[in-house]
Design a protein around this ligand. Structure first.
Ligand SMILES: [Zn+2]
Length: 248
């Protein structure tokens, strides 16, 4: 097959990834040791975008490309507009306990969140809590009778939740392989991931409140390393996704 023809075919079946650099603009997120969460998340997402762009089978978009404040709903709307296959929100963590360290990967599921996760979800998304959040938009309402649409939406939600959990596991496995550091899988009702009609995770790449981790996170080298880990995770996940699709 000619190169041009394969580029054309891969563009038809492109695998679209949406990256969401957390916070931005006046919402800096965590702020420790002179480091802004919003800047680190934008750096890592931009590095990851550059890596993904080199792969002709992957399309990549970001919810923001500059230091700009976006509401959580705007982030979800931008992901839906792209009809993407996966959504990855990138954040840095913080804790009043300065010893807390390591990466945490959050996904949505049916279980109740533990108190600590609820606290984090509240803090990360505090500015949105008083607005009228609507949650995941229906994909089926208007096309089917409401009772049928509700069932179809519930089924789709279960599917996204199962895939999100698998995506979180894929990232955790790759992270552990590439870097011997603590990586925990957790579930919490973050609006930004639970309102999206696609597999989605929120990755807290490290604690800005931890002095050693903050020092590392400050460097472009470490930011690029994290982008590499996420890049390889996305390739791992894409391979599984392509295999699953061809077996349907
Ligand atoms: Zn954050």
């Amino acid at each position: 097959m000619s190169y041009m023809w394969s580029v054309f075919l891969s563009s038809l079946f492109a695998y679209h990834v949406v990256l969401d650099p957390g916070h931005g603009g006046i919402d800096t997120g965590a702020y420790y040791y002179g480091l802004k969460e919003s800047k680190i998340t934008l750096n890592i997402a931009s590095d990851l975008k550059e890596l993904l762009k080199k792969n002709p089978e992957i399309k990549v978009s970001m919810t923001r490309y500059k230091d700009q404040k976006l509401s959580l709903k705007e982030r979800a709307d931008r992901a839906h507009a792209k009809e993407a296959q996966i959504f990855i929100s990138i954040h840095t963590n913080s804790s009043p306990d300065r010893r807390a360290h390591g990466a945490e990967i959050y996904f949505e599921n049916q279980l109740g969140a533990d108190e600590e996760s609820l606290f984090l979800a509240y803090r990360e998304e505090n500015q949105e809590f008083n607005k009228n959040l609507v949650g995941r938009p229906s994909k089926f309402r208007g096309k089917y009778p409401n009772t049928v649409a509700t069932i179809l939406d519930d089924l789709a939600k279960s599917k996204y939740q199962a895939s999100s959990y698998q995506l979180a596991q894929t990232i955790q496995n790759r992270w552990l392989e590439e870097k011997k550091m603590r990586v925990r899988l957790r579930q919490a009702p973050f609006f930004v991931i639970s309102s999206i009609n696609m597999p989605s995770v929120l990755v807290e790449v490290g604690f800005l409140s931890h002095e050693r981790e903050a020092k590392a996170l400050k460097t472009r080298k470490y930011q690029k390393k994290i982008a590499q880990i996420l890049y390889k995770s996305i390739l791992d996940w894409k391979e599984q996704w392509t295999n699953n699709r061809s077996s349907l």
